[in-house]
Design a protein around this ligand. Structure first.
Ligand SMILES: Nc1nc2c(ncn2[C@@H]2O[C@H](COP(=O)(O)OP(=O)(O)O)[C@@H](O)[C@H]2O)c(=O)[nH]1
Ligand SMILES: [Mg+2]
Length: 440
């Protein structure tokens, strides 16, 4: 009978994707191949890069070794490029990764991975079915090892088809770290001078541009698994007709984060269809309540029973994001461009900050420079970016490119980096707006 992994299909896919669409071949499985620790390295020798997965009761620990496993008997061994990670089951894979070099060795029936630059080690004792993790704590990684866990299974895979070896793995590991630091920044964010407790960001753009999906994506990242609170799609029943002010919690029962995303009805180039431009000034001033049912023909008026007549600074919109599918920018009709410009006029009248959010970027890998801080030159020179820059006069630093979580269930640190960076830039813009307010 073929030996199969304990990973679920989704977990396996996430791992494969993380390592650059590699394939995984199971070489060793503890429950099948036995408890002799000596047997394990024998099966894994000369197999190229490997991943060892150790299953605890709730978490899976992984150790990736680039290149052949070193032979145990040799007295001097070159350290492998190595990283360890862990993830929780039944969640999108949240990696906490450490990028180190290591050697492995068997001492007294334990397989020991030594971290060359830390003088610490991780050891696996299959006989007593336990794993001992060293305490490695970095500023960014929330998780601290330093514990001993029960093992329920152990598997070793050969990793086939690694792209450009160390370069690729290195980038993914740096991305994982950058993602953690963005998350930490956003968790620690406070609006300028504590003038408000939450920043309100309004998403406006054509039907189907990905406004509702952007909210879902942000929420998914903070929840640690994919969520679909806002209904998305382009058929009649899934078009957003209600104004929604969404708050986002940090984790399932966590506290609300200091920003809210306001999802509006999509724009349509036809008159009398989609969001009515005359609603926009009321939305910006904070007069429109959550769950207000838009009517394309009739903008809200102060006579409406739920009209907020004396909104305060906290009710106002602090930053507007013009949302557009990056693939359709070069073909926007003049009527749609006209609507954007009308809305922009209202935004400028109110003095609110604004950014452009371009969605449906197919290859996240190409957007940012190597340090993940800025858009790279070839991206900036693309016609879509140049068009938005000219059409709406938005500076390049406020043109944000993302790929939303739309289908599939695999986590992707690069996707997260784009989404979190976009959010961070929106908050910076909102802070500029707050700072610029006349003193009262
Ligand atoms: N490939 C891809 N599809 C997206 C992205 N954002 C949204 N979608 C899809 O585009 C469609 C419309 O998205 P939706 O969020 O409902 O747009 P809205 O009308 O602006 O709220 C849905 O089928 C989404 O799954 C993205 O970044 N990439
Ligand atoms: Mg929508």
């Amino acid at each position: 009978m073929a030996v199969t992994t304990k990973l679920t299909w989704n977990e396996e896919k996430s791992l494969q994707k993380l390592l650059g669409n590699v394939s995984l071949r199971l070489l060793y499985k503890y429950s099948v191949h036995g408890d002799s620790i000596g047997d394990m390295p024998n099966r894994c020798l000369h197999q190229g890069s490997t991943i060892t997965l150790i299953y605890g009761p709730t978490k899976i620990y992984g150790i990736f070794l680039l290149g052949h496993c070193p032979e145990m008997s040799k007295s001097f061994r070159e350290p492998n490029t190595f990283f360890s990670f862990s993830f929780q089951r039944k969640k999108t894979m949240e990696m906490t990764a450490e990028f180190l070099s290591s050697t492995s060795n068997i001492i007294c029936n334990e397989l020991i991975f030594e971290f060359c630059n830390l003088s610490k080690h991780l050891s696996l004792d299959l006989y007593s079915e336990r794993i001992f993790m060293p305490t490695i704590s970095s500023k960014q990684s929330k998780l601290k090892y330093g514990s001993c866990s029960q093992i329920t299974e152990c598997e070793v895979f050969r990793v086939e088809g690694i792209k450009d070896d160390a370069g690729y793995i290195n980038r993914i590991m740096r991305a994982t770290r950058h993602r953690s630091s963005l998350l930490a920044d956003l968790r620690a964010y406070r609006p300028y001078a504590d003038l408000v407790s939450e920043i309100r960001i309004l998403l406006v753009g054509p039907v189907g541009s990905g406004k509702s999906s952007f909210f879902n994506s942000v929420k998914s990242i903070f929840q640690g698994h994919l969520t679909h609170q806002a209904i998305v799609g382009s058929d009649v029943t899934s078009i957003t007709e209600q104004y929604r002010i969404y708050s986002i919690k940090d984790g399932k029962d966590g506290i609300s984060l200091p920003f809210m995303l306001c999802d509006s009805m999509g724009l349509d180039e036809k008159k009398g269809v989609g969001l009515c431009v005359d609603d926009v000034p009321h939305i910006l001033k904070g007069c429109v309540p959550d769950r207000y049912q838009f009517s394309p023909h009739k903008p809200i008026t102060p006579k409406h029973p739920s009209f907020i007549t004396s909104p305060t600074l906290k009710d106002r919109i602090h930053c507007v994001a013009y949302v557009c599918d990056i693939n359709s920018i070069d073909n926007l009709s003049s009527k749609m461009v006209g609507k954007f410009k009308q809305i922009q006029k209202e935004v400028l009248n109110c003095g609110v900050a604004h950014v452009a959010l371009l969605t449906k970027m197919n290859n996240c890998n190409e957007v940012l420079q190597d340090n993940f801080l800025k858009m790279n030159k070839s991206m900036i020179s693309q016609s879509q970016i140049q068009n938005v820059n000219k059409m709406l006069g938005i500076p390049l630093s406020n043109i944000l490119v993302v790929e939303n979580y739309a289908s599939g269930r695999e986590m992707d640190p690069l996707k997260d980096i784009l989404i979190l960076s976009a959010l961070k830039q929106m908050l910076r813009a909102a802070d500029d707006f707050l700072e610029d307010l006349p003193l009262e």
